[in-house]
Design a protein around this ligand. Structure first.
Ligand code: NAD
Length: 352
């Protein structure tokens, strides 16, 4: 376990992507639990998916006195510099990014802008306004065509199969260089298929629900022979909270130069689920939550299709380093998490 624990009291935390799925959940947890800490959120509220969801998440956050929101693009250097000049955050959690594997095939520019230029701006700001800890979202997609499972941060992970994955791996490399050059404590977190209430509509559990409700057919890739390490959002938030309070220690090497205070962890459920089992659980929970009727003909709305470009057959997180260093491992069972999603979906879209 880490000993250099940092308290968040009286600190300023900058969360980028604050109106996003993970960002909003993190801000909520921070504002509710660490009352003496000030949270600054930035998000450009782009329309990659239904902006109403981002606005709803944000509306909930605005009720916290210790939260301040700035609408802006992290790829705009002047905005980032002015944010750091004004608020001088001690901790930065970079979650803003263009997410999604498939969209990176249609719209690669968005990934370079947000994930490369945006992240570079954050790094530069941390260089000139030294922070105690920079935490940033990486992704399980960096493992690409990794042959060995479970995926370990010890694996090489240099064969990305999508531009999204390549930008996330680039973030890790850029962070390493800045940690070494400017002694910035940084931790990259490789999240594995995060799901939960008010999640992202481009992800399978949400997209399938929308389609089934509209009577459309859902496509199950690789003929159902896929496995995903589904990780419930509260487990991700617990992981981020623990990690952000334990920056890697600064130390000097024999050459008199900094040993990069740099780490990367997986945060995943460590329990991959077969896609067909996942679809069965989703069906059952959608009926239980009254999203779909009891007699819904699921078989008529399912199609098994080949693998899509950019996809991988399995994701499976080795979480031993997370457990070793932070005494924590995600554990929410898929059914429990999907149940919360289905109940939220009913409330948000169907109860009025
Ligand atoms: N959800 C997952 O399964 C998952 C898995 C692996 C990694 N991640 C990573 O975690 C982070 C958060 O993901 P999420 O699921 O909450 O996605 P999300 O799309 O809900 O959140 C990202 C937020 O960032 C904002 N944003 C995007 N580009 C921006 C820019 N240039 N300037 C300012 N704001 C910008 C978006 O408006 C959005 O609100 C991302 O970096 C994502 O790549 C997510």
């Amino acid at each position: 376990m880490f000993v250099n624990e940092m308290k968040l009291q009286n600190k300023t935390v900058l969360v980028t992507g604050a109106a996003g799925f993970i960002g909003a959940n993190l801000v909520k947890r921070l504002c509710a639990n660490a009352k003496d800490c000030r949270v600054i959120g930035i998000d450009n509220l782009n329309d990659y998916y239904d902006v109403r969801l981002k606005e709803t998440r944000l509306a909930e956050l605005q009720s916290f006195d210790n939260f301040l929101f700035v609408k802006g693009n992290i790829a705009d250097k002047s905005i980032i510099i002015s944010l750091f000049d004004t608020y001088k955050p001690q901790v930065v959690v970079n979650l803003a990014a263009q997410a999604g594997v498939r969209y990176s095939i249609e719209n690669p520019d968005a990934y370079i802008e947000s994930n490369i230029v945006g992240f570079f701006n954050i790094l530069e700001a941390c260089r000139f306004h030294p922070v105690e800890h920079l935490v940033y979202a990486s992704s399980s997609s960096v493992y690409g065509s990794n042959a060995s499972i479970p995926y370990s941060t010890e694996d090489k992970a240099d064969s990305p199969v999508s531009l999204y994955a390549a930008t996330k791996k680039s973030n890790e490399l850029m962070a390493h260089a800045y940690s070494k050059l400017y002694n910035i404590p940084s931790t990259g977190l490789r999240f594995f298929t995060v799901y939960g209430p008010a999640g992202r509509p481009d992800m399978a559990y949400f997209g399938f629900t929308n389609k089934l409700l509209q009577g459309e057919t859902i496509e199950i890739f690789n003929y159902g022979n896929c496995q995903r390490d589904f990780t419930y959002v509260d487990d991700i938030i617990e992981g981020i909270m623990r990690v952000m309070q334990s920056p890697p220690e600064r130390a000097t090497g024999e050459d008199g130069l900094p040993i990069p205070p740099y780490r990367v962890y997986n945060i995943g459920n460590n329990k991959p689920e077969n896609l067909l089992d996942f679809v069965n659980i989703l069906q059952e929970e959608l009926i239980r939550a009254n999203v779909l009727p009891k007699d819904y003909d699921f078989e008529a709305h399912k199609k098994l299709v080949p693998m899509q470009p950019g996809d991988v057959p399995i994701t499976y997180a080795d979480t031993s380093a997370l457990t070793r260093d932070f005494g924590f491992k995600p554990a929410t069972p898929l059914r429990e998490g999907i149940r919360k999603f289905a109940e939220w979906y009913y409330e948000f879209y169907l109860s009025k």
